[in-house]
Design a protein around this ligand. Sequence first.
Ligand SMILES: Nc1ncnc2c1ncn2[C@@H]1O[C@H](COP(=O)(O)OP(=O)(O)OP(=O)(O)O)[C@@H](O)[C@H]1O
Length: 471
Amino acid sequence: MKSYKTQEHQLTSTACLPEPDVLIIVVEDDTDTAHLYQTILATRYQHVAICHSGSEAVARLVSHQGPAAVVLDYHLPDMTGLDVMATCRDLEHPIACMMVSADHLSDHETGYGEAVRLTKPLGCQTLLQWTTKLVDKVQTAAHGEGLGGHAPEKLLIGQSAAMQHLRTLIPRLAQSRSPLWLHGESGTGKELAARSVHYCSPRSSGPFVAVNCAAFPEALIESMLFGHVKGAFSGATRDHKGFFEAADQGTLFLDEVGDMPLPFQAKLLRALQTGTITPVGSTRDVRVDCRVITACHRDLTQSVREGAFREDLYYRLNVLSLDLPPLRERRGDALMLADHLLNSLAREEHTAACPLDEEARSWIQQHDWPGNVRELENRLRRALLLCDGRAITVRNLMLNDNEYLASATAPSQAPSGAGIYFSPGRMTLRQIEDVAIEATLEACDGCVERAARQLGVAASTLHRRRRRQAA
Ligand SMILES: Nc1ncnc2c1ncn2[C@@H]1O[C@H](COP(=O)(O)OP(=O)(O)OP(=O)(O)O)[C@@H](O)[C@H]1O
């Protein structure tokens, strides 16, 4: 095969947005324009490559094994942008294109709606806005395991009655514009369900924006969600659009909504009632049309009783609801999920998809999965890297040697509990506690507050115990 030299630059992202695992390719023969686009896109994305010809772009896309978003000049020296698109149409990994040209492009030239079409010169905001949409589109397709579809049965794996029921409800609830509340423990697939609702909805061609409300300091949440105007506070050197505006015509998923500070809850309620937001520092209301989906890993009725969450907002958000069952209540799904996740993790980690041995398969069916599907995913990722290309064993699935040793010496009738077994007489009480703390923290992705809740102690106690462990 002919070898093509591709000029690729890896620039470090300076933005605080999450970095998706998507390659952005700028296909543009004018060097200055290509570098300008690359500089703008590198403020948000880590991997931005430049190709100066159609053949270079085709070679890059064929050899790249993951999702890609392509900013494609129509008039290239060796072919048209449409030719590049046609060559890549049958590739297995998801690719989305926007076609850019100085002239107005016809339907034929943009593949009859297959690509977004934009006219040069392209402003910074327009470039970023449309690239975000392309990235979101290919990421969701990649989540669908290369099947190319966004249908719930392709995104949400599981044959249990609960999962089948969920998959029939999603397309129905997706037709409504009313707020939707997703109930479920951490790691049960709430964000995946929210994506699925979005892609079954009439607003599927709009953006899907997911925001973890617990990730922002209290002082910043209003500006992150509603945006701000230049001069609103020290450091606000330019106007900034918030996540509500970014999700205009699409879906806004607010995760961990229970962590929203009380003063901001009143503003969110007003935004939902009026369909308008007011950016920080502005006196002008901005109309936004997005469907809001919310989730929280804990039951907020207690927070409502304690006055930490507004009752009127709770009912406003809880118009429609969906329950994501914990994995321990649908154990039959665990193996199916494991096989599915192993394939996608192997692709992500560029390694062979090793099978699970019999003992590992039966352990997966018996384990309680306190961290749900995310725990399964984390254990499988670690196992894949530890199994040296052989079948995955129970030991590979265990979080650490302490946990494995504890389980290996456990009496066979040991209760499953959180999946950690202890052998009386072989470990001191302190060692048992240390193992339980480490395993629970790992299962909770290091979140001390969640681990403390699972262990039935205050977070401050857990912090103290960890300091003692480290000493
Ligand atoms: N039914 C499912 N089929 C396939 N993958 C799943 C399923 N449920 C969850 N996952 C995967 O498990 C991981 C965790 O899912 P997700 O982030 O949607 O959970 P969550 O409930 O939103 O978690 P949290 O409350 O901690 O934010 C993701 O990688 C997701 O793709």
